[in-house]
Design a binder for this molecule. Structure first.
Ligand SMILES: O=C(O)CCC(=O)C(=O)O
Ligand SMILES: [Fe+2]
Length: 279
Protein backbone atom coordinates (compact mmCIF):
# COMPACT_ATOMS: atom_id res chain seq x y z
CA UNK A 1 0.00 0.00 0.00
CA UNK A 2 1.24 3.45 -0.86
CA UNK A 3 -0.21 6.85 -0.11
CA UNK A 4 0.10 9.14 -3.08
CA UNK A 5 -0.39 12.87 -3.06
CA UNK A 6 -3.07 13.93 -5.54
CA UNK A 7 -3.12 17.34 -7.22
CA UNK A 8 -6.52 18.84 -6.43
CA UNK A 9 -6.54 20.69 -9.78
CA UNK A 10 -6.17 17.56 -11.94
CA UNK A 11 -9.19 16.54 -14.03
CA UNK A 12 -9.14 13.05 -12.53
CA UNK A 13 -8.54 14.22 -8.95
CA UNK A 14 -12.05 13.38 -7.67
CA UNK A 15 -11.88 9.80 -8.88
CA UNK A 16 -8.31 9.19 -7.74
CA UNK A 17 -9.00 10.76 -4.38
CA UNK A 18 -12.03 8.54 -3.72
CA UNK A 19 -10.06 5.46 -4.85
CA UNK A 20 -7.35 6.36 -2.35
CA UNK A 21 -9.94 6.68 0.44
CA UNK A 22 -11.45 3.34 -0.50
CA UNK A 23 -8.12 1.50 -0.50
CA UNK A 24 -6.25 3.19 2.34
CA UNK A 25 -8.83 5.18 4.33
CA UNK A 26 -6.66 8.23 3.57
CA UNK A 27 -6.30 10.76 0.76
CA UNK A 28 -3.62 13.45 0.47
CA UNK A 29 -4.25 16.54 -1.67
CA UNK A 30 -1.86 19.23 -2.87
CA UNK A 31 -2.80 22.55 -4.53
CA UNK A 32 -6.10 22.74 -2.66
CA UNK A 33 -7.98 25.99 -2.00
CA UNK A 34 -7.20 26.30 1.75
CA UNK A 35 -4.73 29.21 2.13
CA UNK A 36 -1.48 27.94 3.56
CA UNK A 37 -0.69 31.31 5.09
CA UNK A 38 -3.83 31.10 7.22
CA UNK A 39 -2.83 27.63 8.45
CA UNK A 40 0.66 28.85 9.28
CA UNK A 41 -0.66 31.85 11.19
CA UNK A 42 -2.95 29.61 13.21
CA UNK A 43 -0.06 27.29 14.11
CA UNK A 44 1.98 30.24 15.35
CA UNK A 45 -0.86 31.87 17.29
CA UNK A 46 -1.88 28.67 19.04
CA UNK A 47 1.68 27.61 19.77
CA UNK A 48 2.01 30.89 21.71
CA UNK A 49 -1.33 30.30 23.41
CA UNK A 50 -0.44 26.79 24.58
CA UNK A 51 2.79 27.86 26.24
CA UNK A 52 1.08 30.33 28.59
CA UNK A 53 -1.24 29.71 31.54
CA UNK A 54 -4.04 31.71 29.85
CA UNK A 55 -5.32 28.40 28.49
CA UNK A 56 -6.48 27.39 31.97
CA UNK A 57 -9.16 30.12 31.78
CA UNK A 58 -10.86 28.18 29.01
CA UNK A 59 -11.07 24.80 30.69
CA UNK A 60 -13.44 22.55 28.73
CA UNK A 61 -17.08 22.35 29.60
CA UNK A 62 -17.87 18.64 30.16
CA UNK A 63 -21.49 19.01 29.01
CA UNK A 64 -20.71 20.74 25.71
CA UNK A 65 -17.07 19.64 25.15
CA UNK A 66 -15.78 23.04 24.02
CA UNK A 67 -12.60 24.61 25.36
CA UNK A 68 -9.19 23.50 26.61
CA UNK A 69 -8.39 19.89 27.50
CA UNK A 70 -5.16 19.83 29.53
CA UNK A 71 -2.80 16.86 29.29
CA UNK A 72 -3.94 15.73 32.76
CA UNK A 73 -7.38 14.88 31.30
CA UNK A 74 -6.28 14.07 27.76
CA UNK A 75 -7.78 11.11 25.91
CA UNK A 76 -6.94 7.49 26.45
CA UNK A 77 -7.46 5.66 23.15
CA UNK A 78 -9.88 2.74 23.05
CA UNK A 79 -8.10 -0.34 24.40
CA UNK A 80 -5.21 1.60 26.01
CA UNK A 81 -4.48 2.43 29.64
CA UNK A 82 -1.99 5.33 29.35
CA UNK A 83 -3.01 8.79 28.29
CA UNK A 84 -1.78 10.34 25.07
CA UNK A 85 0.99 12.95 25.40
CA UNK A 86 -1.02 15.90 24.20
CA UNK A 87 -3.23 18.80 25.12
CA UNK A 88 -5.87 20.33 22.88
CA UNK A 89 -8.54 22.92 22.44
CA UNK A 90 -11.97 22.20 20.96
CA UNK A 91 -13.34 25.01 18.82
CA UNK A 92 -17.00 25.19 17.91
CA UNK A 93 -18.32 28.49 16.53
CA UNK A 94 -20.81 28.63 19.40
CA UNK A 95 -18.25 27.69 22.09
CA UNK A 96 -15.42 29.23 24.08
CA UNK A 97 -12.65 30.74 21.93
CA UNK A 98 -9.91 33.11 23.13
CA UNK A 99 -10.92 36.51 21.65
CA UNK A 100 -7.51 37.25 20.11
CA UNK A 101 -7.60 33.91 18.23
CA UNK A 102 -11.19 34.08 17.05
CA UNK A 103 -10.98 35.76 13.63
CA UNK A 104 -8.48 33.38 12.02
CA UNK A 105 -9.76 30.17 13.54
CA UNK A 106 -13.38 30.87 12.55
CA UNK A 107 -12.26 31.89 9.08
CA UNK A 108 -10.43 28.56 8.80
CA UNK A 109 -13.42 26.66 10.24
CA UNK A 110 -15.68 28.10 7.58
CA UNK A 111 -13.28 27.56 4.67
CA UNK A 112 -12.41 24.01 5.70
CA UNK A 113 -16.11 23.17 6.04
CA UNK A 114 -16.90 24.39 2.51
CA UNK A 115 -13.93 22.47 1.16
CA UNK A 116 -15.06 19.35 3.02
CA UNK A 117 -18.57 19.61 1.56
CA UNK A 118 -17.01 19.50 -1.91
CA UNK A 119 -14.97 16.43 -0.96
CA UNK A 120 -18.08 14.70 0.39
CA UNK A 121 -19.72 15.37 -2.98
CA UNK A 122 -16.75 13.63 -4.61
CA UNK A 123 -17.16 10.68 -2.26
CA UNK A 124 -20.83 10.44 -3.11
CA UNK A 125 -20.25 10.75 -6.86
CA UNK A 126 -17.76 7.88 -6.84
CA UNK A 127 -19.62 5.59 -4.45
CA UNK A 128 -20.96 2.54 -6.30
CA UNK A 129 -24.76 2.72 -6.70
CA UNK A 130 -25.36 -0.05 -4.18
CA UNK A 131 -23.26 1.81 -1.60
CA UNK A 132 -24.83 5.21 -2.31
CA UNK A 133 -28.24 3.58 -1.84
CA UNK A 134 -27.40 3.36 1.89
CA UNK A 135 -26.97 7.13 2.28
CA UNK A 136 -30.17 8.46 3.83
CA UNK A 137 -29.43 11.96 2.53
CA UNK A 138 -26.63 13.48 0.44
CA UNK A 139 -23.38 13.24 2.43
CA UNK A 140 -22.63 16.96 2.10
CA UNK A 141 -26.09 17.75 3.41
CA UNK A 142 -25.43 15.67 6.55
CA UNK A 143 -22.88 18.26 7.73
CA UNK A 144 -24.65 21.39 6.45
CA UNK A 145 -25.31 23.81 9.34
CA UNK A 146 -24.23 21.09 11.79
CA UNK A 147 -23.37 22.45 15.23
CA UNK A 148 -21.34 19.31 15.96
CA UNK A 149 -18.42 19.68 13.54
CA UNK A 150 -15.35 20.06 15.70
CA UNK A 151 -12.09 21.84 15.01
CA UNK A 152 -9.40 20.55 17.35
CA UNK A 153 -6.13 22.38 17.82
CA UNK A 154 -3.63 19.89 19.16
CA UNK A 155 -0.40 20.68 20.94
CA UNK A 156 2.04 17.86 21.48
CA UNK A 157 4.61 19.36 23.85
CA UNK A 158 8.34 18.69 23.63
CA UNK A 159 9.29 15.36 25.21
CA UNK A 160 10.59 15.65 28.77
CA UNK A 161 11.87 12.12 29.28
CA UNK A 162 9.40 11.70 32.15
CA UNK A 163 6.52 10.42 30.06
CA UNK A 164 4.56 7.41 31.30
CA UNK A 165 6.09 4.17 30.00
CA UNK A 166 4.45 3.20 26.72
CA UNK A 167 2.80 6.60 26.23
CA UNK A 168 2.86 8.11 22.75
CA UNK A 169 1.63 11.39 21.29
CA UNK A 170 -1.54 9.77 19.97
CA UNK A 171 -2.08 6.05 20.46
CA UNK A 172 -3.54 4.02 17.59
CA UNK A 173 -7.18 4.90 17.04
CA UNK A 174 -9.88 5.47 14.48
CA UNK A 175 -11.77 8.76 14.19
CA UNK A 176 -15.44 8.74 15.14
CA UNK A 177 -16.81 11.22 12.60
CA UNK A 178 -17.60 11.14 8.83
CA UNK A 179 -14.39 12.57 7.39
CA UNK A 180 -11.41 14.32 8.98
CA UNK A 181 -9.64 17.18 7.21
CA UNK A 182 -6.10 17.72 8.47
CA UNK A 183 -3.53 20.14 7.08
CA UNK A 184 -0.05 18.61 7.21
CA UNK A 185 1.30 19.37 10.68
CA UNK A 186 4.43 21.40 11.41
CA UNK A 187 6.32 18.20 12.36
CA UNK A 188 6.08 14.59 11.10
CA UNK A 189 4.80 11.69 13.19
CA UNK A 190 1.42 10.73 11.71
CA UNK A 191 1.26 7.10 10.60
CA UNK A 192 -1.49 4.94 9.11
CA UNK A 193 -1.84 1.20 9.45
CA UNK A 194 -1.94 -0.61 6.11
CA UNK A 195 -4.16 -3.58 5.32
CA UNK A 196 -1.06 -5.71 5.75
CA UNK A 197 -0.66 -4.38 9.30
CA UNK A 198 2.47 -2.25 8.80
CA UNK A 199 2.74 1.37 9.89
CA UNK A 200 3.28 3.83 7.03
CA UNK A 201 4.25 7.48 7.33
CA UNK A 202 1.50 9.75 5.99
CA UNK A 203 3.14 12.18 3.53
CA UNK A 204 3.32 15.41 5.47
CA UNK A 205 4.74 17.97 3.06
CA UNK A 206 3.87 21.31 4.50
CA UNK A 207 1.02 22.69 2.39
CA UNK A 208 -0.73 19.43 1.59
CA UNK A 209 -3.96 18.42 3.26
CA UNK A 210 -4.76 14.97 4.57
CA UNK A 211 -8.27 13.51 4.61
CA UNK A 212 -9.26 10.34 6.36
CA UNK A 213 -12.39 8.29 6.74
CA UNK A 214 -14.02 8.11 10.16
CA UNK A 215 -16.24 5.44 11.67
CA UNK A 216 -19.46 7.26 10.78
CA UNK A 217 -18.73 7.10 7.04
CA UNK A 218 -17.70 3.48 7.42
CA UNK A 219 -21.07 2.86 9.11
CA UNK A 220 -23.05 4.88 6.54
CA UNK A 221 -21.34 3.10 3.62
CA UNK A 222 -21.88 -0.36 5.18
CA UNK A 223 -18.10 -0.84 5.40
CA UNK A 224 -17.24 0.17 1.82
CA UNK A 225 -15.08 3.08 3.04
CA UNK A 226 -12.68 1.88 5.75
CA UNK A 227 -12.03 3.92 8.86
CA UNK A 228 -8.30 3.29 9.08
CA UNK A 229 -6.26 3.07 12.26
CA UNK A 230 -3.70 5.85 12.67
CA UNK A 231 -1.40 7.21 15.35
CA UNK A 232 1.17 9.91 16.08
CA UNK A 233 4.56 8.57 17.15
CA UNK A 234 7.04 10.27 19.46
CA UNK A 235 9.93 12.21 17.95
CA UNK A 236 13.50 11.05 18.46
CA UNK A 237 16.85 12.76 18.86
CA UNK A 238 16.93 16.52 18.38
CA UNK A 239 13.26 16.53 17.40
CA UNK A 240 12.30 15.59 20.97
CA UNK A 241 12.74 19.24 21.92
CA UNK A 242 10.14 20.36 19.37
CA UNK A 243 6.42 20.89 19.84
CA UNK A 244 4.01 19.64 17.25
CA UNK A 245 0.79 21.49 16.38
CA UNK A 246 -1.97 19.96 14.29
CA UNK A 247 -5.43 21.02 13.26
CA UNK A 248 -7.92 18.25 12.52
CA UNK A 249 -11.46 19.22 11.52
CA UNK A 250 -13.80 16.39 12.46
CA UNK A 251 -16.89 16.56 10.28
CA UNK A 252 -19.89 15.55 12.33
CA UNK A 253 -23.40 15.20 10.93
CA UNK A 254 -26.37 16.85 12.58
CA UNK A 255 -27.41 14.66 15.55
CA UNK A 256 -30.65 13.54 13.87
CA UNK A 257 -28.91 12.20 10.75
CA UNK A 258 -29.59 8.49 10.31
CA UNK A 259 -26.32 6.66 9.59
CA UNK A 260 -27.68 3.12 9.34
CA UNK A 261 -30.41 0.88 10.69
CA UNK A 262 -28.47 0.73 13.96
CA UNK A 263 -27.37 4.29 14.59
CA UNK A 264 -28.14 7.95 14.33
CA UNK A 265 -25.17 10.33 14.44
CA UNK A 266 -26.10 11.17 18.03
CA UNK A 267 -26.41 7.61 19.35
CA UNK A 268 -23.14 6.70 17.64
CA UNK A 269 -21.23 9.65 19.08
CA UNK A 270 -22.49 9.10 22.64
CA UNK A 271 -21.44 5.45 22.58
CA UNK A 272 -17.94 6.34 21.43
CA UNK A 273 -17.40 9.24 23.84
CA UNK A 274 -18.30 6.96 26.73
CA UNK A 275 -15.72 4.43 25.54
CA UNK A 276 -13.09 7.20 25.38
CA UNK A 277 -13.85 8.18 28.94
CA UNK A 278 -14.41 11.85 28.12
CA UNK A 279 -18.10 11.92 29.14
O1 LIG B 1 -2.02 15.14 15.09
C1 LIG B 1 -2.30 14.47 14.10
O2 LIG B 1 -1.61 14.52 13.07
C2 LIG B 1 -3.46 13.53 14.10
C3 LIG B 1 -4.36 13.67 15.27
C4 LIG B 1 -5.47 12.67 15.30
O3 LIG B 1 -5.41 11.65 14.66
C5 LIG B 1 -6.69 12.95 16.10
O4 LIG B 1 -6.69 13.90 16.90
O5 LIG B 1 -7.67 12.20 15.93
FE1 LIG C 1 -7.34 10.73 14.51
Amino acid sequence: MKLETIDFRAADAPQRFVESLRHTGFGVLSHHPIPQQLVQQIYQQWQSFFITDAKEQYLFNPATQDGFFPSRVSETAKGYSVKDIKEYFHVYPWGQIPPQLKTDILDYYQQANSFAAELLDWVERYSPAEVAANYREPLSQMIKDSQKTLLRILHYPPMTGHEAPGAIRAAAHEDINLLTVLPAANEPGLQVKSREGEWLDVPSDFGSIIINIGDMLQEASAGYFPSTTHRVVNPEGADMAKSRISLPLFLHPRPDVVLSDRYTADSYLMERLRELGVI
